[in-house]
Design a protein around this ligand. Sequence first.
Ligand SMILES: NC(=O)C1=CN([C@@H]2O[C@H](COP(=O)(O)OP(=O)(O)OC[C@H]3O[C@@H](n4cnc5c(N)ncnc54)[C@H](OP(=O)(O)O)[C@@H]3O)[C@@H](O)[C@H]2O)C=CC1
Ligand SMILES: CC(C)(CO)C(=O)C(=O)O
Length: 302
Amino acid sequence: MQVAVIGAGAVGCYYGGLLLKAGHDVTFIGRQLHVDAINAHGLLLDTKTFNGRLPARAATDTTNLVPPDLVLFCVKSADTEAAGASLAGRLRPETAVLSLQNGVDNAERLSAVTGHAVIPVVVYVGSEMAGPGHVRHHGGGGLAIGPSAASEALAQMFQAAGVNITIADDISKTLWSKLIINCAFNALSAVAGISYGPMLEVEGTRDVVTRVVQEATAVARASGVAIPDDLLAHILNIPTLMPNQMSSTAQDLARGKPSEIDFLNGHVVRKGAELGIATPTNQALQLMVKLAERAKEGRRAD
Ligand SMILES: NC(=O)C1=CN([C@@H]2O[C@H](COP(=O)(O)OP(=O)(O)OC[C@H]3O[C@@H](n4cnc5c(N)ncnc54)[C@H](OP(=O)(O)O)[C@@H]3O)[C@@H](O)[C@H]2O)C=CC1
Ligand SMILES: CC(C)(CO)C(=O)C(=O)O
């Protein structure tokens, strides 16, 4: 199958790399540093069970992209419109487009800029770019794909490549449940620069996490999404399962990259305002991350 990865980063190179290893024809669209390394030496796929270079094609834009059978769309949420616009006119009607992104509205936004159906996918992996063209897998790797006519065949293809994938019967619930996990932990971990285990040991953290989850759950339910009653208990248990985890927002801040906070707690705040639901804790966390981003920008400018 011809696959295009839009956003050759931690997620795109991990899943694109697994499809490449399984024999698919994968083209990576990404930034110059990674593109040069992939074209020169192949993709370095560094997982728990495999470490090796896989010859691959890469480019910094879609100009010469042959319309693929499958697109893995893997840029950060703020880049959805710009990267999505580069796909316009490069998709066949039967091309399957998957959004492998955090947040709940990327598939919809991507569909709006491409005019093409987009299948949302919830991603449960820990991966990072450890160097140019070098993706490192830290753990997990499961996917939950939204239902569509193509989802069964796509799930089989990912399974054959070693990916644990399920077809979600209610993808909105799955997307929102992941969003609420991100709302609970990402900002606190980022602002304090602390991992989840020690973070939850500090008195008061559980209360704040609980309020964030309650606000976000109220917004989700008012939007018609069936959030399960046991989500809070599941969330409060996550630091026991991954005590050393720093949130992706913490990693963005540490690297001086813009975070996705406007699409995490920020999404809850915007939706809450539309629905008349107060979300003060989510709003405070969104603001704290934005202040931390601004402070970093200020330090760079000095
Ligand atoms: N990493 C992880 O473990 C997980 C990530 N996710 C989600 O997956 C999504 C992708 O995250 P992740 O892979 O970590 O992000 P990365 O930043 O590692 O990868 C995205 C890459 O795409 C590049 N890019 C952005 N726009 C373009 C463009 N128009 N053309 C070419 N390249 C472009 C970025 O460059 P630049 O940085 O220069 O903009 C970056 O190199 C996010 O929504 C994230 O929340 C979900 C679960 C786990
Ligand atoms: C680690 C995890 C699962 C929860 O915060 C995550 O998705 C992130 O950091 O973005």
